[in-house]
Design a protein around this ligand. Sequence first.
Ligand code: URA
Ligand code: URA
Length: 314
Amino acid sequence: MHTHHVYDSLLDATIRHLEDLKQRGVKNVVVSPKTMEGLNVSGRARPAKTAPKRGPAAPRSVESRVDKPAPPLSAPKETSTRQTQLVGLPPEPPAAPAVSPLSPEVKAAAFEDLRRRVLQCLKCAHLASSRKTVVFGVGDINAQLMFVGEAPGAEEDEQGEPFVGRAGQLLTRIIETMGLSRQSVYITNVLKCRPDTPGQTAGNRKPTAQEMQICIPYLHEQIDLIRPKVIVALGATAVEGLLGKTAGITKLRGHWQIYRGIPLMPTYHPAYLLRNQSLSEKRKVWEDMLQVMERLGLTPSQKQRSYFIKGANP
Ligand code: URA
Ligand code: URA
């Protein structure tokens, strides 16, 4: 039923908001008696079928969240399981990625609402004033595969679309070599605005920890709505943003991680491949993409398997 989906969607947004506050160290929220009354009226337990997998201790209604201002939210727990998942998925995949509980129409509407909010975001005043566009994301919101990069560069800022510059063109080739297209996957970044480079006319800089912390809830919302089967994290910043890991992309790449129940493959950023043109580095990224294809049930052809092996290609 429509109203239930809307309710669930709003409840998800509320829970996300509370989790974000909690992450920023907020221990209590003030709720007016009137709001509390309203929450009690609609604060029914979620049907188990549509409840997102947020860990066994996740409270089931706004009511119970607000009653206990500082319950152990699932975030710290997830972080601790993540730390142990360095060597691949357990044999039984954990919690099958939940099917999005939203109907296609409500999902599309929620996504548009999110886009609207992101496009007018002013939370980082310095970026809001330096940017030409906000780079929200591109592709299919029902995609099974999602690519997450670092932040828009100059070209992306100009066009309002992620991964359209040199690194982006390489990413597009990688996607097409997998037999997919930009339109059939979803592509976005940890940061939706180009990191400003005051006093410089060219070049990029890494997002600061503060910028990432401010912007990452938007990415979380995108992922929660899309619910892809697999996420590819491109480079160290994407891994750090999504998993909170700073272990180093050279160690993590090629090893399945888990982001909120969704298999996540860390790999090198295409910009790194542009700087390091060696066949062996290209092959590493390609092997990661072969793992992704298999995880999606796309069996790579013999030709696809042999790309970037010395002497294997014409
Ligand atoms: N690099 C990124 O990380 N993202 C883009 O969108 C473009 C380049
Ligand atoms: N080194 C980097 O800095 N980034 C990558 O994506 C890969 C290696």
